[in-house]
Ligand binder design. Structure first.
Ligand SMILES: Cc1ncc(COP(=O)(O)O)c(C=O)c1O
Length: 415
Protein backbone atom coordinates (compact mmCIF):
# COMPACT_ATOMS: atom_id res chain seq x y z
CA UNK A 1 0.00 0.00 0.00
CA UNK A 2 1.28 3.48 -0.71
CA UNK A 3 1.69 5.93 2.13
CA UNK A 4 -1.16 7.85 0.63
CA UNK A 5 -3.78 5.52 -0.70
CA UNK A 6 -4.63 6.54 -4.21
CA UNK A 7 -7.79 5.56 -5.95
CA UNK A 8 -6.46 4.47 -9.27
CA UNK A 9 -5.13 0.94 -8.88
CA UNK A 10 -2.86 -0.59 -11.44
CA UNK A 11 0.50 0.18 -12.95
CA UNK A 12 2.03 3.55 -13.60
CA UNK A 13 0.55 4.93 -16.77
CA UNK A 14 2.59 6.97 -19.18
CA UNK A 15 0.22 9.63 -20.48
CA UNK A 16 -0.49 9.69 -24.19
CA UNK A 17 1.16 12.25 -26.44
CA UNK A 18 -0.29 15.70 -25.94
CA UNK A 19 -3.07 17.05 -28.05
CA UNK A 20 -2.60 20.54 -29.43
CA UNK A 21 -3.47 23.07 -26.74
CA UNK A 22 -7.21 23.59 -26.68
CA UNK A 23 -7.42 26.49 -24.30
CA UNK A 24 -5.50 29.72 -23.84
CA UNK A 25 -4.95 28.86 -20.16
CA UNK A 26 -2.81 25.83 -21.04
CA UNK A 27 0.84 26.82 -20.49
CA UNK A 28 3.35 26.70 -23.29
CA UNK A 29 5.11 23.58 -22.04
CA UNK A 30 2.18 21.47 -23.21
CA UNK A 31 3.71 21.75 -26.65
CA UNK A 32 6.61 19.57 -25.48
CA UNK A 33 6.17 15.93 -26.49
CA UNK A 34 5.23 13.40 -23.82
CA UNK A 35 7.78 10.66 -23.29
CA UNK A 36 5.55 8.04 -24.89
CA UNK A 37 8.08 6.13 -26.94
CA UNK A 38 10.59 5.36 -24.19
CA UNK A 39 10.04 3.63 -20.84
CA UNK A 40 9.36 6.06 -18.00
CA UNK A 41 12.13 4.56 -15.81
CA UNK A 42 10.22 5.49 -12.66
CA UNK A 43 10.13 2.85 -9.94
CA UNK A 44 6.63 1.38 -10.20
CA UNK A 45 5.62 2.05 -6.59
CA UNK A 46 2.83 4.58 -7.08
CA UNK A 47 -0.66 4.16 -8.46
CA UNK A 48 -1.42 7.38 -10.30
CA UNK A 49 -4.48 9.44 -11.01
CA UNK A 50 -5.41 9.63 -14.70
CA UNK A 51 -4.43 13.28 -14.62
CA UNK A 52 -1.41 14.51 -16.60
CA UNK A 53 -0.87 17.91 -14.98
CA UNK A 54 1.14 20.48 -16.89
CA UNK A 55 0.29 23.68 -15.02
CA UNK A 56 -1.42 25.12 -11.99
CA UNK A 57 -2.70 28.43 -10.72
CA UNK A 58 -4.46 29.28 -7.48
CA UNK A 59 -6.56 26.25 -6.53
CA UNK A 60 -6.60 24.88 -10.08
CA UNK A 61 -4.61 22.20 -11.80
CA UNK A 62 -4.38 22.36 -15.57
CA UNK A 63 -4.09 19.13 -17.53
CA UNK A 64 -2.39 18.53 -20.83
CA UNK A 65 -5.73 18.47 -22.61
CA UNK A 66 -6.78 21.77 -21.04
CA UNK A 67 -9.05 20.59 -18.22
CA UNK A 68 -9.12 22.76 -15.11
CA UNK A 69 -9.31 20.58 -12.02
CA UNK A 70 -10.30 22.01 -8.64
CA UNK A 71 -7.55 20.72 -6.35
CA UNK A 72 -8.96 19.78 -2.96
CA UNK A 73 -6.03 17.50 -2.18
CA UNK A 74 -2.99 19.76 -2.62
CA UNK A 75 -0.46 17.03 -3.36
CA UNK A 76 -0.89 15.22 -0.02
CA UNK A 77 -1.55 18.44 1.96
CA UNK A 78 1.48 20.29 0.61
CA UNK A 79 0.04 23.10 -1.54
CA UNK A 80 -1.19 25.23 1.34
CA UNK A 81 -0.92 28.48 -0.62
CA UNK A 82 -2.28 26.97 -3.82
CA UNK A 83 -0.12 27.41 -6.91
CA UNK A 84 1.89 30.41 -8.04
CA UNK A 85 1.35 32.42 -4.87
CA UNK A 86 3.26 35.67 -5.48
CA UNK A 87 4.98 35.80 -2.07
CA UNK A 88 6.17 32.18 -2.34
CA UNK A 89 7.32 32.57 -5.94
CA UNK A 90 9.12 35.86 -5.28
CA UNK A 91 10.97 34.39 -2.29
CA UNK A 92 12.26 31.47 -4.35
CA UNK A 93 13.40 33.66 -7.23
CA UNK A 94 15.10 36.20 -4.98
CA UNK A 95 16.87 33.56 -2.90
CA UNK A 96 17.97 31.65 -6.01
CA UNK A 97 19.55 34.86 -7.26
CA UNK A 98 21.13 35.73 -3.91
CA UNK A 99 22.61 32.41 -2.62
CA UNK A 100 21.04 29.14 -3.71
CA UNK A 101 22.85 26.93 -1.21
CA UNK A 102 25.17 26.85 1.73
CA UNK A 103 25.12 24.20 4.43
CA UNK A 104 24.59 24.73 8.14
CA UNK A 105 28.36 25.13 8.49
CA UNK A 106 27.90 28.64 7.12
CA UNK A 107 25.80 31.16 9.06
CA UNK A 108 23.04 32.75 6.98
CA UNK A 109 20.57 35.45 7.92
CA UNK A 110 17.78 33.76 6.01
CA UNK A 111 18.13 30.63 8.20
CA UNK A 112 17.99 32.72 11.37
CA UNK A 113 14.94 34.58 10.13
CA UNK A 114 13.14 31.34 9.23
CA UNK A 115 13.81 29.84 12.67
CA UNK A 116 12.75 32.99 14.52
CA UNK A 117 9.66 33.39 12.39
CA UNK A 118 8.63 29.75 12.83
CA UNK A 119 9.01 29.82 16.62
CA UNK A 120 7.07 33.10 16.80
CA UNK A 121 4.38 31.77 14.46
CA UNK A 122 3.88 28.66 16.60
CA UNK A 123 2.90 30.75 19.63
CA UNK A 124 4.09 27.80 21.76
CA UNK A 125 6.89 27.25 24.25
CA UNK A 126 9.67 26.25 21.86
CA UNK A 127 13.14 27.73 21.74
CA UNK A 128 14.97 25.89 18.99
CA UNK A 129 14.37 24.50 15.53
CA UNK A 130 16.22 21.81 13.63
CA UNK A 131 15.52 22.05 9.92
CA UNK A 132 15.44 18.84 7.87
CA UNK A 133 13.99 17.69 4.55
CA UNK A 134 10.98 15.46 5.08
CA UNK A 135 8.37 14.51 7.61
CA UNK A 136 9.90 11.10 8.23
CA UNK A 137 13.30 12.65 8.85
CA UNK A 138 11.82 15.13 11.33
CA UNK A 139 10.20 12.23 13.19
CA UNK A 140 13.43 10.20 13.19
CA UNK A 141 15.24 13.11 14.82
CA UNK A 142 12.46 13.72 17.35
CA UNK A 143 12.57 10.07 18.41
CA UNK A 144 16.35 10.20 18.63
CA UNK A 145 16.12 13.21 20.97
CA UNK A 146 13.58 11.37 23.13
CA UNK A 147 15.88 8.34 23.48
CA UNK A 148 18.89 10.56 24.13
CA UNK A 149 17.13 12.43 26.91
CA UNK A 150 15.39 9.54 28.65
CA UNK A 151 17.78 6.60 27.99
CA UNK A 152 14.65 4.46 27.56
CA UNK A 153 13.75 1.99 24.83
CA UNK A 154 10.00 2.21 24.15
CA UNK A 155 7.75 4.46 22.06
CA UNK A 156 3.97 4.55 22.33
CA UNK A 157 2.12 5.56 19.18
CA UNK A 158 -1.56 5.62 18.30
CA UNK A 159 -3.49 3.09 16.25
CA UNK A 160 -4.06 4.20 12.62
CA UNK A 161 -1.10 6.58 12.79
CA UNK A 162 1.15 7.42 9.86
CA UNK A 163 4.64 8.80 10.55
CA UNK A 164 6.69 8.03 7.44
CA UNK A 165 8.60 5.32 5.61
CA UNK A 166 12.04 5.27 7.23
CA UNK A 167 13.15 2.68 9.81
CA UNK A 168 12.09 4.58 12.92
CA UNK A 169 9.10 6.42 11.44
CA UNK A 170 7.80 3.22 9.85
CA UNK A 171 8.22 1.37 13.15
CA UNK A 172 5.68 3.69 14.79
CA UNK A 173 3.30 3.66 11.81
CA UNK A 174 0.19 1.56 12.32
CA UNK A 175 0.09 -1.52 10.12
CA UNK A 176 3.43 -0.87 8.39
CA UNK A 177 4.92 -4.18 9.53
CA UNK A 178 2.31 -6.20 7.68
CA UNK A 179 2.37 -4.09 4.52
CA UNK A 180 5.57 -2.35 3.55
CA UNK A 181 7.97 -1.92 6.49
CA UNK A 182 10.75 -3.95 4.85
CA UNK A 183 13.36 -3.78 7.63
CA UNK A 184 14.16 -7.03 9.49
CA UNK A 185 13.18 -5.60 12.88
CA UNK A 186 12.14 -2.31 14.42
CA UNK A 187 14.97 -0.34 16.05
CA UNK A 188 13.13 0.00 19.42
CA UNK A 189 10.06 -1.28 21.27
CA UNK A 190 6.73 0.02 20.06
CA UNK A 191 3.15 -0.32 21.23
CA UNK A 192 -0.04 1.30 20.02
CA UNK A 193 -2.83 3.02 21.96
CA UNK A 194 -6.34 2.78 20.50
CA UNK A 195 -7.68 6.17 19.40
CA UNK A 196 -9.32 8.18 22.19
CA UNK A 197 -8.97 5.22 24.58
CA UNK A 198 -8.13 6.95 27.85
CA UNK A 199 -7.98 3.72 29.83
CA UNK A 200 -5.28 2.30 27.54
CA UNK A 201 -2.91 5.22 28.09
CA UNK A 202 -1.69 4.08 31.50
CA UNK A 203 -1.22 0.53 30.21
CA UNK A 204 0.87 1.58 27.21
CA UNK A 205 2.84 4.51 28.63
CA UNK A 206 5.12 3.59 31.52
CA UNK A 207 8.53 4.06 33.11
CA UNK A 208 10.21 2.46 30.08
CA UNK A 209 8.52 4.84 27.61
CA UNK A 210 10.80 7.43 26.04
CA UNK A 211 8.00 9.24 24.19
CA UNK A 212 4.46 9.21 22.95
CA UNK A 213 4.29 10.14 19.27
CA UNK A 214 0.89 11.31 18.09
CA UNK A 215 -0.74 13.10 15.17
CA UNK A 216 -3.26 15.33 16.97
CA UNK A 217 -5.42 15.08 13.86
CA UNK A 218 -4.59 11.89 11.99
CA UNK A 219 -4.22 12.37 8.26
CA UNK A 220 -3.71 9.09 6.40
CA UNK A 221 -5.77 7.40 9.14
CA UNK A 222 -8.84 9.29 7.87
CA UNK A 223 -8.81 12.95 9.03
CA UNK A 224 -9.49 11.72 12.52
CA UNK A 225 -9.38 14.33 15.24
CA UNK A 226 -8.09 12.84 18.52
CA UNK A 227 -9.55 15.73 20.53
CA UNK A 228 -8.37 17.82 23.47
CA UNK A 229 -9.28 15.42 26.32
CA UNK A 230 -7.27 12.52 24.85
CA UNK A 231 -4.29 14.75 24.03
CA UNK A 232 -4.40 16.28 27.51
CA UNK A 233 -4.49 12.81 29.03
CA UNK A 234 -1.40 11.86 27.01
CA UNK A 235 0.35 15.00 28.28
CA UNK A 236 -0.56 14.18 31.89
CA UNK A 237 0.66 10.59 31.63
CA UNK A 238 3.93 11.64 29.98
CA UNK A 239 4.54 14.08 32.83
CA UNK A 240 3.73 11.39 35.37
CA UNK A 241 6.24 8.86 34.02
CA UNK A 242 8.86 11.26 32.64
CA UNK A 243 8.21 10.51 28.95
CA UNK A 244 8.25 13.11 26.21
CA UNK A 245 5.22 14.06 24.15
CA UNK A 246 5.83 14.53 20.42
CA UNK A 247 3.16 15.93 18.13
CA UNK A 248 3.56 14.87 14.52
CA UNK A 249 2.08 17.88 12.74
CA UNK A 250 3.61 17.03 9.40
CA UNK A 251 0.14 16.98 7.85
CA UNK A 252 -2.05 18.92 10.29
CA UNK A 253 0.41 21.69 11.19
CA UNK A 254 1.35 25.09 9.73
CA UNK A 255 -2.15 26.49 9.77
CA UNK A 256 -4.12 23.61 8.33
CA UNK A 257 -6.36 23.32 11.39
CA UNK A 258 -7.05 27.06 11.46
CA UNK A 259 -4.40 27.69 14.14
CA UNK A 260 -0.64 27.66 13.60
CA UNK A 261 -0.50 24.15 15.06
CA UNK A 262 -3.03 21.66 16.43
CA UNK A 263 -1.17 21.96 19.75
CA UNK A 264 -2.47 25.52 19.90
CA UNK A 265 -5.97 24.48 18.85
CA UNK A 266 -6.19 21.90 21.64
CA UNK A 267 -4.24 23.85 24.24
CA UNK A 268 -1.63 21.14 24.78
CA UNK A 269 2.08 21.95 24.85
CA UNK A 270 4.13 19.04 23.50
CA UNK A 271 7.89 18.70 24.07
CA UNK A 272 8.45 18.57 20.32
CA UNK A 273 6.51 19.21 17.14
CA UNK A 274 7.52 17.84 13.77
CA UNK A 275 6.17 19.60 10.71
CA UNK A 276 6.65 19.55 6.92
CA UNK A 277 4.25 19.65 3.91
CA UNK A 278 2.61 23.12 4.26
CA UNK A 279 5.84 24.40 5.82
CA UNK A 280 7.33 24.70 2.34
CA UNK A 281 4.03 24.69 0.46
CA UNK A 282 5.70 22.91 -2.46
CA UNK A 283 9.38 23.30 -1.66
CA UNK A 284 10.65 20.20 0.19
CA UNK A 285 11.51 20.99 3.79
CA UNK A 286 10.63 19.99 7.33
CA UNK A 287 11.33 21.10 10.87
CA UNK A 288 11.61 19.81 14.41
CA UNK A 289 10.54 22.37 17.02
CA UNK A 290 11.95 21.77 20.49
CA UNK A 291 10.93 22.96 23.94
CA UNK A 292 13.55 24.33 26.34
CA UNK A 293 13.86 20.89 28.01
CA UNK A 294 14.70 19.23 24.71
CA UNK A 295 16.85 22.07 23.39
CA UNK A 296 18.99 21.85 26.53
CA UNK A 297 19.90 18.28 25.59
CA UNK A 298 21.02 19.10 22.04
CA UNK A 299 24.79 18.78 21.80
CA UNK A 300 27.13 19.88 19.04
CA UNK A 301 27.11 17.23 16.28
CA UNK A 302 24.25 15.25 17.87
CA UNK A 303 22.01 15.88 14.85
CA UNK A 304 22.97 16.60 11.28
CA UNK A 305 21.87 17.16 7.68
CA UNK A 306 23.27 18.47 4.41
CA UNK A 307 20.20 19.97 2.81
CA UNK A 308 18.09 20.76 5.87
CA UNK A 309 18.05 24.49 6.61
CA UNK A 310 19.29 25.35 3.12
CA UNK A 311 18.68 28.95 2.12
CA UNK A 312 16.04 28.17 -0.51
CA UNK A 313 14.02 26.18 2.02
CA UNK A 314 14.43 28.86 4.67
CA UNK A 315 13.41 31.65 2.30
CA UNK A 316 10.29 29.67 1.47
CA UNK A 317 9.47 28.97 5.12
CA UNK A 318 9.70 32.66 5.88
CA UNK A 319 7.53 33.43 2.84
CA UNK A 320 4.90 30.84 3.74
CA UNK A 321 4.47 32.33 7.20
CA UNK A 322 4.38 35.83 5.72
CA UNK A 323 1.70 34.73 3.25
CA UNK A 324 -0.37 33.08 5.98
CA UNK A 325 -0.14 36.08 8.29
CA UNK A 326 -0.50 38.91 5.79
CA UNK A 327 -3.26 37.08 3.92
CA UNK A 328 -5.18 36.25 7.13
CA UNK A 329 -5.24 32.66 5.93
CA UNK A 330 -5.91 31.10 9.32
CA UNK A 331 -9.28 32.85 9.32
CA UNK A 332 -9.84 31.73 5.75
CA UNK A 333 -9.10 28.12 6.74
CA UNK A 334 -11.66 28.32 9.56
CA UNK A 335 -14.29 29.85 7.29
CA UNK A 336 -13.74 27.40 4.44
CA UNK A 337 -13.81 24.49 6.88
CA UNK A 338 -17.10 25.69 8.32
CA UNK A 339 -18.56 26.07 4.84
CA UNK A 340 -17.54 22.56 3.79
CA UNK A 341 -19.13 21.16 6.92
CA UNK A 342 -22.37 23.09 6.53
CA UNK A 343 -22.78 22.93 2.72
CA UNK A 344 -21.34 19.57 1.75
CA UNK A 345 -23.39 17.16 3.82
CA UNK A 346 -25.18 16.16 0.62
CA UNK A 347 -25.17 13.40 -2.00
CA UNK A 348 -23.03 10.50 -0.80
CA UNK A 349 -21.72 12.42 2.25
CA UNK A 350 -23.30 11.39 5.54
CA UNK A 351 -21.01 13.00 8.13
CA UNK A 352 -17.77 14.91 8.52
CA UNK A 353 -14.75 14.73 10.80
CA UNK A 354 -11.27 16.19 11.17
CA UNK A 355 -10.29 19.79 11.87
CA UNK A 356 -9.85 22.94 9.76
CA UNK A 357 -8.93 22.03 6.21
CA UNK A 358 -8.00 18.47 7.10
CA UNK A 359 -11.51 17.29 6.46
CA UNK A 360 -12.88 13.77 6.36
CA UNK A 361 -16.21 13.32 4.58
CA UNK A 362 -17.85 10.03 5.48
CA UNK A 363 -19.41 8.49 2.39
CA UNK A 364 -22.35 6.13 2.05
CA UNK A 365 -20.44 4.10 -0.55
CA UNK A 366 -16.69 3.41 -0.88
CA UNK A 367 -14.81 6.70 -0.88
CA UNK A 368 -12.81 5.52 -3.90
CA UNK A 369 -16.00 5.50 -5.95
CA UNK A 370 -16.91 9.02 -4.84
CA UNK A 371 -13.35 10.10 -5.53
CA UNK A 372 -13.58 8.79 -9.11
CA UNK A 373 -16.99 10.40 -9.62
CA UNK A 374 -15.61 13.74 -8.41
CA UNK A 375 -12.64 13.48 -10.74
CA UNK A 376 -15.03 12.95 -13.65
CA UNK A 377 -16.50 16.29 -12.57
CA UNK A 378 -13.05 17.94 -12.49
CA UNK A 379 -12.55 17.89 -8.73
CA UNK A 380 -9.56 16.17 -7.14
CA UNK A 381 -10.08 14.93 -3.59
CA UNK A 382 -8.15 12.33 -1.58
CA UNK A 383 -8.90 9.03 0.05
CA UNK A 384 -7.43 7.57 3.24
CA UNK A 385 -6.85 4.31 5.08
CA UNK A 386 -10.52 4.44 6.10
CA UNK A 387 -12.39 3.12 3.03
CA UNK A 388 -15.40 5.33 3.74
CA UNK A 389 -13.59 8.59 4.29
CA UNK A 390 -12.98 11.02 1.47
CA UNK A 391 -10.11 13.22 2.65
CA UNK A 392 -9.92 16.88 1.67
CA UNK A 393 -6.68 18.82 2.11
CA UNK A 394 -7.29 21.93 0.02
CA UNK A 395 -5.16 25.06 -0.21
CA UNK A 396 -5.83 27.62 2.53
CA UNK A 397 -6.93 30.10 -0.16
CA UNK A 398 -10.08 28.09 -0.86
CA UNK A 399 -13.15 30.28 -1.30
CA UNK A 400 -16.91 29.90 -0.97
CA UNK A 401 -17.38 29.48 -4.73
CA UNK A 402 -15.05 26.46 -4.69
CA UNK A 403 -17.01 24.88 -1.85
CA UNK A 404 -20.23 25.42 -3.83
CA UNK A 405 -18.68 23.65 -6.78
CA UNK A 406 -17.93 20.67 -4.54
CA UNK A 407 -21.49 20.75 -3.21
CA UNK A 408 -22.93 20.81 -6.73
CA UNK A 409 -20.76 17.86 -7.74
CA UNK A 410 -21.79 15.85 -4.68
CA UNK A 411 -25.45 16.58 -5.37
CA UNK A 412 -24.96 15.53 -8.97
CA UNK A 413 -23.31 12.28 -7.87
CA UNK A 414 -26.23 11.62 -5.55
CA UNK A 415 -26.64 9.38 -2.53
C1 LIG B 1 1.44 12.78 9.75
C2 LIG B 1 2.58 12.43 8.83
N1 LIG B 1 3.80 12.24 9.34
C3 LIG B 1 4.85 11.96 8.58
C4 LIG B 1 4.71 11.84 7.21
C5 LIG B 1 5.91 11.51 6.37
O1 LIG B 1 6.31 12.66 5.69
P1 LIG B 1 7.29 12.54 4.43
O2 LIG B 1 6.54 11.84 3.36
O3 LIG B 1 7.63 13.97 4.12
O4 LIG B 1 8.48 11.78 4.91
C6 LIG B 1 3.45 12.05 6.63
C7 LIG B 1 3.26 11.92 5.18
O5 LIG B 1 2.18 11.79 4.68
C8 LIG B 1 2.36 12.34 7.46
O6 LIG B 1 1.14 12.52 6.96
Amino acid sequence: MNAHPTPAPGPTVVPAAPAAPTSPIVPAQTAAPAASAIPDFLAPVFAQYPLPVVGAEGVWLITRDGRRILDLYGGHAVAALGYGHPIWTRALIDQARAVSFQSNAVPMDVRLRAAQRLIRFSGLDFNSVFFVNSGAEANENALKMAFTITHRTHIAAIEHSFHGRTAAAGAVTWGAAGKWYGFPRTPFDVSFIPRRDHAAIAQQVGEHTAAVLVEPVQGVGGAFDLGAPFLQALRARCDQVGALLIFDEVQCGMGRVGEPFAAKLYGVQPDMITTAKALGAGFPCAALLMSPRVSAAVKLDALGTTFGGGPMACAVIEAVIEAIESGHLLEQVREASELIRSRCLVGPVTAHQGAGLLVGLRTSRPAKQVHAALLERDILAGTSADPNILRLLPPFVLQAAHVERLRDALLDIGA
